[in-house]
Design a protein around this ligand. Structure first.
Ligand SMILES: [Zn+2]
Length: 216
């Protein structure tokens, strides 16, 4: 059962197409597994649609209709093949999110004892800071806070950061008000997808070195 969801503000911005690419990818990955948030998003989309319909009609320049019809009738260029990458190795029982199928995913790279990461490159936003973290059972991330928003979607396993337990399917949004240390539960490794807007602010030399290595 999913207990932690994006808040209404995030879903509203997602429905309106107003999220940065990395954040939109995180919310889309959550929506794949969460019927409640899909329903809320549809509600926001329909509210947005009715607001557009309520707009006072404006006079269009002469020839606008013909120009639009000509563009609709024009032959379309062949679709470009999106960069589809094979995902890195996964634990048995984990399904790869459909939202990531057009992303370029690097192989797992060790970053600290019990901790590996993989870069997620978005074709249309190469500078978005999105990555996968794979942390061994019973291991923990360094203590850190954030200079911007950090979105996390749990894909496999679970962790406890002292505020709550986050299970597969759960979503978390943190910022500079949250200083935490996610600890992976002992019964399974944990894989999370994360988008960082800003930088993680780490305590300790080793933790800062990890952040510099990942580029966050
Ligand atoms: Zn949800």
């Amino acid at each position: 059962m999913i207990r932690h969801h994006p808040d209404d503000s995030l879903l509203l911005r997602h429905a309106g197409g107003n999220l940065a690419a990395g954040q939109a990818l995180l919310v889309a990955t959550h929506l794949e597994r969460c019927a409640a948030c899909r329903q809320a998003t549809r509600r926001f989309e329909s509210i947005g649609g009715s607001l557009v319909l309520d707009e006072v009609p404006a006079e269009l320049p002469r020839g606008t209709f013909e120009a639009v019809m000509a563009r609709i009738d024009a032959p379309r260029p062949p679709p470009t093949q999106p960069a589809v990458s094979r995902h890195p190795s996964l634990p048995p029982g984990m399904n790869w999110p459909r939202s990531l199928r057009h992303c370029r995913i690097s192989r797992w790279r060790p970053v600290a004892p019990g901790m590996r990461w993989s870069r997620v490159k978005l074709a249309d936003a190469p500078h978005a800071n999105v990555f996968l973290l794979r942390i061994a059972a019973g291991s923990c991330m360094p203590v850190h806070t954030h200079s911007g928003e950090e979105l996390t979607q749990v894909l496999f396993g679970s962790f406890d950061d002292g505020r709550a337990v986050f299970m597969a399917g759960d979503f978390d949004c943190t910022d500079s008000t949250v200083r935490h240390q996610p600890v992976v539960r002992a019964d399974s490794e944990c894989i999370c997808l994360a988008s960082v807007d800003g930088r993680l602010v780490h305590d300790g030399v080793i933790a800062r070195w990890i952040g510099a290595l990942i580029g966050i």
